[in-house]
Design a protein around this ligand. Structure first.
Ligand code: AR6
Length: 174
């Protein structure tokens, strides 16, 4: 199913897809990194939706995902997921990172989303080792696409050269 997977280097806020994924935190109130970039570029409509979700269900747990408008972004929706902070039980953190990808994809399917772009969740402020995170991301997306008909395109958007080269190697090796 790698024909449905693409690799792009750059800024996820510029990508025209049905949904871009945000590497958020449990508060859903914004932060630095890609989260800050998405809220800055998308405007207050995204934060307003996040606040409504917070009021309804108290934020978003690690490994889970919620969906909002994309405000002024070229995408239609933002799927906010929360990756794990890389400390403590490593095996548990690996499972939670896989869940962040699979729950985002599941939420996309439930919202009839066909095209979706992911940043490299947890590999910035949350310090997940980039090689392991890339392996988990690629394996989880491949596995999901093998069992799903709805999603037509998954784009991995890498902001830094190290992540780009890791994904490039993994996607070449089938
Ligand atoms: N487009 C694509 N990728 C980006 C962009 C961008 N515009 N900006 C940064 N990245 P991080 P985390 C990459 O730290 O580790 C926030 O404060 C970056 O190079 O954004 O999951 C949240 O509120 C890195 O590879 O997310 C949370 O508190 C990747 O995005 C916390 O950070 C993820 O880095 C989440 O930490």
């Amino acid at each position: 199913m790698d024909s449905k997977i693409k690799l792009v280097k750059g800024d996820i806020t510029k990508i025209e897809v049905d949904a871009i994924v945000n590497a958020a935190n449990s508060s859903l109130l914004g932060g630095g990194g890609v989260d800050g970039a998405i809220h800055r570029a998308g405007g207050e409509a995204i934060l307003n939706d996040c606040i409504a979700i917070r009021n309804r269900q108290g934020g978003c747990k690690t490994g889970e995902a919620v969906i909002t408008t994309a405000g002024k972004l070229p995408a239609k929706y933002v799927i906010h997921t929360v990756g794990p902070v890389y400390s403590g039980d490593k095996a548990e953190k690996e499972q939670l990172l896989a869940k962040a990808y699979s729950n985002s994809l599941q939420l996309a399917v439930e919202n009839n989303i066909k095209t979706i772009a992911f940043p490299n969740i947890s590999t910035g402020i949350y310090h997940f080792p980039k090689p392991k995170a890339a392996e988990i991301a690629v394996a989880t997306v491949r596995d999901f696409l093998d069992n799903d008909e709805g999603i037509t395109e998954v784009i991995f958007v890498c902001f830094d050269d190290e992540n780009y080269s890791l994904y490039d190697d993994l996607l070449k090796a089938t």
